[in-house]
Design a binder for this molecule. Structure first.
Ligand SMILES: Cc1ncc(COP(=O)(O)O)c(C=O)c1O
Length: 385
């Protein structure tokens, strides 16, 4: 079989070796606890499921949806952005549903990049920021997130962005758990204006935050809508990862380009899911508050245990991840293997999120409290002291 050059351009799957070791451990009868994947363990709230069931009983939702989305969806997103962020959006031209932030981020690459173009990708970062450009025949250019700058990219260090057409930012950030560094959005807007770049802000984690911190939208920053879009996902804040619900909002020309591309790729979001998403956005503030409280408690449990085993960790103010440096003498991969070997606990090697993630590891907080306590206890007893 002859695969496309595009497919061959993708980097090797860096979790492959870890996965092989996990399977081997399981085969030995070890009760492996995975803190690897960021997928909420708590179910979607009942009122969202009820809204889906009601909408699914209406035959008016059963036909091909339009890629523009139902007016109720677009108005629901506009109402949410006004209430939550104080951002005004035109429901006719500045909002379109997306089948998850992943789909949207990927397809923006297809809509904007040609061979020879580049996209500036946060490093470490969500893998689609690099896979998207590669699969579009373009190239990702890594922007290292600098720990000393609060995990901001140093935009002043980019002398000539060349043929960069896109810039991917994401705060609160996966995998680092960092929240928006002061002044970054302002600087990114200036940079985008100067170099004619579309900023894509991935807002997958704005609804999960701790210690009273409220993450802003990119679109709150003056000038953002002229140069950028935001991809808002319902996956993490409302426990809806399986539902594939997100929206692209912001610059009307970019939203239109995404729509044009999408009319050739898929047929939009099931309308009953769109109506359930409206319910989540309208009535879900309590859900995201409760989820944030759960993750904050788990964050404290994990950070406390990591300190006890000598890991220097800064507790994150958002996301569902704890990001910490591996102890001296280890690489990301060797430390993750040691933790698996000694305690039967899976943690993610930072290097899997890009070269700047090397030397770090990520723990996901999306496992039930009893399993997380057990994992932390095992790490403390097998790796402590
Ligand atoms: C930064 C980031 N963007 C996007 C996604 C995917 O979100 P969605 O479920 O909306 O596709 C994730 C999921 O982990 C993520 O961490």
């Amino acid at each position: 079989m002859r695969h496309s050059k595009r497919l061959e351009a993708l980097p090797p799957y860096l979790f492959a070796e870890l996965e092989r070791k996990i399977q081997a451990k399981k085969a030995q009868g070890v009760d492996v606890i995975s803190l690897g994947i960021g997928d909420p363990d708590t179910p979607t709230p009942g009122f969202v499921i009820d809204a889906l069931a009601d909408a699914a009983r209406d035959p008016g939702t059963h036909q091909y949806p339009s890629n523009r989305g139902r007016p109720e969806f677009r108005e629901g997103v506009a109402d949410f952005y006004k209430r939550r962020f104080g951002v005004e959006l035109d429901a006719d031209t500045e909002i379109i549903p997306a089948l998850g932030a992943k789909e949207c981020v990927f397809n923006l690459n297809l809509a904007f990049l040609d061979p020879g173009d580049t996209a500036l990708a946060s490093d470490p970062g969500y893998p689609v920021y690099t896979g998207g450009p590669l699969l579009s025949g373009a190239e990702p250019v890594l922007m290292p997130l600098v720990p000393e700058l609060g995990f901001a990219p140093d935009l002043d260090a980019i002398e000539d962005p060349g043929r960069a057409k896109l810039m991917f930012l994401n705060y609160p950030n996966n995998p680092t758990g960092a929240v928006l560094p002061d002044g970054l959005f302002e600087r990114a807007i200036e940079f985008a204006r100067e170099h004619d770049i579309l900023v894509v802000h991935d807002a997958s984690y704005t609804e999960i935050s701790f210690d009273g911190y409220k993450p802003p939208s990119f679109l709150e920053t003056p000038g953002a809508k002229e140069v950028g879009v935001e991809v808002f996902s319902l996956s993490k804040g409302y426990n809806m990862t399986g539902w594939r619900t997100a929206a692209i909002v912001g610059n009307a020309e970019a939203v239109e380009a995404y729509w044009r591309l999408k009319t050739n790729i898929d047929s939009g979001m099931f309308e009953a899911v769109q109506l359930a998403a409206v319910a989540a956005l309208r009535d879900g503030d309590e859900t995201s508050r409760e989820m944030s409280a759960i993750y904050q408690r788990r964050r404290d449990l994990v950070c406390g245990a990591l300190r006890e085993i000598g890991v220097e960790v800064t507790p994150p103010k958002g996301t569902i991840y704890v990001w910490a440096p591996v102890p001296d003498g280890h690489t990301s991969a060797s430390y993750c293997e040691l933790v698996l070997e000694e305690s039967g606990v899976v943690i993610s090697p930072g290097g899997a999120y890009g070269q700047s993630g090397e030397g770090w590891f990520r723990i996901s907080l999306t496992v039930p409290d009893d399993r997380l306590s057990e994992a932390v206890e095992r790490m403390r007893s097998s790796l402590g002291g």
